[in-house]
Design a protein around this ligand. Structure first.
Ligand code: C2E
Ligand code: CA
Ligand code: CA
Ligand code: CA
Length: 276
């Protein structure tokens, strides 16, 4: 602590300077990670509740750090957003995921891919153009790509406009972590989207709390009225899956079916039979 004039004590000043330095170094490391291909995608199955087979794979980015091991997105997405690196990172994720989906297709597996997009990636008209170019370069059907955004995009008019331009291409839009942000019914009414992802905190509360169950039932009903499908995240038990299927939830995702992993490690019974 450092004593200032007037007897005020300033705490943490040296530590704050250190923090800035650490951040600067992390930023350089993350930029290097992008060029050195240390960012890898794991895929988590999204199960069609009716067939029990995977209909989509959500791409979740990891940093294969040379000394710190495999880092989850919570360790570096915030930094990427603050530094603007989210833009090149996002392009890398989108490209890799689309190419992967096309390869599944060549192997006779029809599996869509879902990619998380931060509001910072939606700040200009280049994004829809990049998506369009990627789709035509890879030959991926637009409907086989889903872009997942949180309710945070609603606060940003440009981001919303850019997102709707992406949707015009035929790409599906999913509202991620639904019910945890500033969900506003007026936005829901104003903007079309294709999927609602029920946040895992709601799924975790199933079986025990009747109020929570009532809320989840309402989200499913609301999505139906708006012409959207529902995905329940964080499904960990058979009881949760049964309840959600009974209530008409369209897709299920969670550790019960598989953790995010390389596609090679997915349980084979999750994949639909190959189409010749
Ligand atoms: P999210 O999109 O809500 O992803 C779901 C998170 O829940 C993932 O964490 C996943 O591993 C975890 N999860 C899945 N099933 C279960 C379950 O049954 N139980 C529990 N307790 N958790 C489950 P992860 O991989 O750590 O990702 C965290 C967040 O990082 C994601 O949340 C997403 O917002 C963000 N993220 C991941 N990849 C990207 C990316 O490529 N770009 C951007 N912008 N954000 C990303
Ligand atoms: Ca997501
Ligand atoms: Ca989510
Ligand atoms: Ca989340």
């Amino acid at each position: 602590a450092k004593r200032e004039g007037g007897g005020r004590v300033r705490l943490f000043e040296p530590a704050m300077g250190e923090e800035v330095l650490v951040k600067q170094k992390d930023k350089v490391d993350l930029r290097d990670a992008l060029t050195r291909r240390q960012l890898v995608l794991h895929y988590q199955p999204i199960i069609d509740a009716a067939s029990g087979r995977a209909s989509h794979a959500e791409a979740l980015v990891r940093w294969a750090h040379p000394t710190r091991g495999l880092l989850g997105p919570d360790k570096f997405i915030g930094l990427a957003e603050e530094t603007g690196l989210i833009v090149p990172l996002g392009v890398h994720v989108l490209r890799t995921a689309c190419l992967r989906a096309v390869r599944w297709r060549r192997d006779g597996r029809r599996l869509g891919v879902a990619v998380n997009v931060s509001p910072g990636q939606l700040s200009g008209e280049v994004f829809p153009r990049e998506v369009a170019e990627l789709l035509s370069a890879t030959g991926l059907a637009p409907a086989d790509l889903t872009v997942e955004v949180t309710e945070a995009v609603w606060a940003d008019e440009t981001a919303m406009r850019v997102l709707m331009a992406v949707r015009e291409l035929g790409v599906r839009i999913a509202l991620d972590d639904f019910g945890t942000g500033y969900s506003s019914l007026s936005y829901l009414r104003r903007y079309p989207f294709d999927l609602v992802k029920i946040d895992k905190s709601f799924t975790a509360g199933l079986g025990g709390d009747p109020r929570n169950e009532g809320v989840v039932r309402c989200i499913i009903g609301l999505a139906a009225v708006l012409g959207a499908r529902t995905v329940a995240e964080g499904v960990e038990t058979e009881a949760q899956a049964d309840w959600l299927r009974r209530e008409g939830c369209d897709y299920l995702q969670g550790y019960l079916f598989g953790r995010p992993d390389l596609l090679e490690n997915w349980r084979p019974e999750l994949l639909a039979d190959p189409v010749p």
